[in-house]
Design a protein around this ligand. Structure first.
Ligand code: CUA
Length: 313
């Protein structure tokens, strides 16, 4: 089979491939059955043959009708359930996954690890560990496509796009952009390097020390004026942000919402949308003022405060 199919190198790839082979076998079986019967009947009931052409007994024909209708119905409901659950599991990252931030732009993939290590058009990951990708686009829709992982996730500007994978093979795999995004779309390629855990750790420490996202966020928090209202010492009546990440927040219209990446992002760019109960809608929008990389840094800063304050995530 290898040669016909792309190499399969993640837990999701195994699921997708199994599903594909089962569907292929089912479709093949039914095709053979139908064509076999066509051939058989064509010979058996050819002109001049002595085969009986009398009606089938009523009872038998009804049982057959009900039988094959139910059998195929359940078979395809089962396939639907199976494919659906495989698809849904691709959306929910397991706990304890490594977080990697990805910024897509015309025409490159910029990657930032949680310790601040940066890469362009490359992503180094350890084998057999779930990796969560938190992705944003700076301009148009891109799509993070790794054929060997059977994984493709659109990166839509103005939204938090998440996906995850767990590599099961060492080596280097293609990363492609699968959404036409302009002139150099076809050149927007990279590679995923899957390493042994100890090699990965060594690689990570070898990277030049950059400010990590949370530190950049902390600087932005002050330079962009967020701290004027949201710092613990501020007199302005605005929600304090330490420990807010991952918590449920009560909104003024009675809804409750979890303060995840998407919520924090919306609160920065469309602050009038979800007002926290007990506060006035006085915050200006930062859409067009902060770019996506800066929003990512601020979110990382707020998240880091949540965990360092000992709050549960
Ligand atoms: Cu980015 Cu196509």
């Amino acid at each position: 089979m290898s040669g016909l199919f792309p190499i399969s190198a993640s837990t999701e790839a195994l699921k997708v491939d199994t599903l594909f082979y089962i569907l292929l076998a089912l479709a093949g079986f039914i095709t053979l059955l139908v064509f076999g019967l066509v051939l058989l009947f064509a010979i058996r009931y050819r002109r001049g043959s002595k085969a009986s052409r009398a009606d089938m007994p009523d009872l038998l024909s009804r049982e057959m009708e009900i039988g094959w209708t139910l059998a195929t119905l359940f078979l395809f409901l089962f396939v639907f359930w199976w494919a659906g659950s495989a698809d849904l599991s691709a959306l929910v990252p397991p706990k304890g996954a490594i977080d990697v931030h990805v910024l897509a732009k015309q025409w490159m993939w910029k990657v930032e690890h949680s310790n601040g290590a940066r890469e362009i058009n490359e992503l180094h990951v350890p084998i057999n560990q779930p990796v969560r990708l938190i992705m944003q686009s700076q301009d148009v829709i891109h799509s993070f496509f790794v054929p060997a992982f059977r994984m493709k996730q659109d990166v839509v500007p103005g939204r938090d796009n998440q996906t995850w994978f767990q590599a099961t093979k060492l080596g280097t795999f293609h990363l492609l952009c699968a959404e036409y995004c302009g002139t150099d779309h076809s050149a927007m390629r990279g590679r995923i390097v899957v390493m042994r855990p100890e090699e990965y750790a060594a690689w990570l420490t070898r990277q030049p020390e950059g400010d990590d996202l949370a530190h950049q966020g902390a600087a932005l928090f002050v330079s962009r004026g967020c701290s004027g209202c949201h710092a613990g010492s501020s007199n302005v009546h605005a929600p304090k942000l330490a420990g807010i990440y991952g918590r449920s927040v009560q909104l003024s219209d009675g809804r409750t919402i979890v303060a995840d990446e998407a919520y924090i992002r919306d609160s920065i760019l469309q602050p009038k949308r979800d007002i926290v109960a007990g506060y006035e809608p006085i915050m200006p929008s930062y859409a067009g003022i902060l770019d996506d990389g800066e929003v990512q840094s601020l979110i990382a800063y707020i998240r880091a405060q949540g965990t360092s304050a000992g709050e549960d995530k």
